[in-house]
Ligand binder design. Structure first.
Ligand SMILES: Nc1ncnc2c1ncn2[C@@H]1O[C@H](COP(=O)(O)OP(=O)(O)O)[C@@H](O)[C@H]1O
Ligand SMILES: [Mg+2]
Length: 377
């Protein structure tokens, strides 16, 4: 997108205003032609292959392609003496001659593009209820990262992996983001199901790079959302897709095992499907602290209503009644109810949301639920 508009600018510059003669017109056309020719050439150019140098042998290099094959290839003159094993380079497709070296930053392409390193800004007071879970997270994630000596002195080993589990929409992702915002640690987040979809054939490599990145940026927290997508028990690993997921999973276990508990990297997972997890992930030294995040109770539902209506322009609301009427609904559904109530007011040309709007919204979300159940149940 960006480059398209830049190109337009470039063409725009070539447009002369008033008073241009044949000669300048000619010049403009020539410039336009050469610019467009260069653009067309971009489409003709063959893409270069990114790969790693395994070993240098005199002026030749053994490279490893992304598909795993090794080749002994030539190196372009200007790079002679400048390469060593481990470097990431680009090679020409046909001859596989090494023609350029990528710098450190480009080397982690893939990981850096895939994970989210930016810190979320969720504050604790944006979470309704879940007090015990928040305290647990504080003790097993935040405290050991901030104060590892304390654990050494007391002589206990904090868990390295913590798993948040429970039904969907109950605030697991929210908790992970809040803990990220409250520690000074680097927060590296990725969704396991996307790992499989976007990095077919490369999931295991990516997992390795994510952990590498976490070490480089320690203290850090690796958050793996929807962990079940790679860590479910596999009944049948016959298909190549399944084998690939299995490889990614094995890499994940190896990486977790590679950490020392007191190293300043913590691993946080979340899943709605703890029942289908391969028990290998739950073994001691892996995700060995489980934190359940269940559906909110009456008191918690009231808190969640308060959170999501805090900035709403509203009449006096009976939160106890709403919490009661919203029985057995999740935090995500309560959030949806509050938005829906706002829409009822807007449709009615009102600036203030009323109690009745909320009650209607609860009914609406409930009906959705029931239809869903009929469809999938
Ligand atoms: N305890 C809660 N307090 C406030 N909002 C919540 C709570 N639980 C869920 N929500 C709302 O539901 C949304 C989805 O929650 P999320 O953390 O993604 O659920 P999960 O990861 O457990 O499926 C959140 O963005 C938030 O708006
Ligand atoms: Mg989630």
């Amino acid at each position: 997108m960006k480059s398209a508009s830049k190109d337009e600018d470039k063409l725009g510059e070539l447009n002369l205003g008033e008073g241009f003669d044949t000669e300048s017109e000619n010049r403009v056309l020539r410039a336009t032609v050469s610019y467009l020719r260069e653009e067309v050439n971009k489409f003709k150019r063959r893409p270069l292959v990114v790969c790693d140098i395994k070993k240098m042998i005199d002026d030749k290099a053994i490279i490893r392609l992304p598909n795993g094959n090794f080749f002994l290839v030539d190196v372009i003159g200007t790079l002679k003496g400048k390469l060593s094993s481990g470097d990431s380079v680009v090679v020409e497709q046909r001859s596989l001659t090494v023609i350029d070296k990528l710098n450190e930053k480009d080397k982690n392409f893939g990981v850096e593009d895939f994970v989210i390193i930016e810190k979320p800004k969720i504050k604790w007071d944006e979470i309704g209820g879940l007090k015990d879970q928040i305290r647990d997270l504080h003790e097993v994630i935040e405290l050991p990262l901030k104060n590892p000596e304390l654990f050494r002195e007391v002589g206990i080993i904090p868990p390295k992996g913590v798993l948040l589990y429970g039904p969907s929409g109950t605030g697991k992702t929210l908790l992970a983001k809040a803990i990220a915002a409250s520690t000074n640690a680097t927060f590296i987040e990725f969704v396991a199901s996307e790992l499989n979809q976007k990095f077919i054939g490369d999931g295991a490599k990516l997992v390795k790079e994510i952990f590498q990145l976490a070490r480089e940026k320690a203290p850090s927290i690796i958050f793996i959302d929807e962990l079940d997508a790679i860590a479910a028990q596999r009944i049948d690993i016959g298909t190549s897709g399944e084998r690939e997921v299995q490889r990614t999973f094995m890499q994940l276990l190896a990486e977790i095992d590679g950490f020392n508990n007191l190293e300043n990297v913590k691993i946080l997972g979340a899943t709605n499907r703890v029942d289908i997890l391969d028990e290998a992930v739950l073994r001691p030294g892996r995700f060995d602290r489980l934190i359940e995040v269940d559906m909110p109770n009456l008191e918690e539902r009231r808190e969640i209503f308060k959170v999501h209506t805090k900035n709403m322009n509203k009449e006096k609301i009976d939160f106890d009644l709403l919490a009661e009427k919203a029985g057995e609904l999740s935090g995500a559904e309560i959030h949806a109810i509050c938005t829906e109530a706002g829409y009822f007011a807007i449709r009615d040309n009102r600036k203030k949301v009323s109690q009745a709007d909320f009650i209607l919204a609860i009914e609406k979300i409930r009906n959705f639920e029931e239809e869903d159940l009929k469809m999938f149940g």
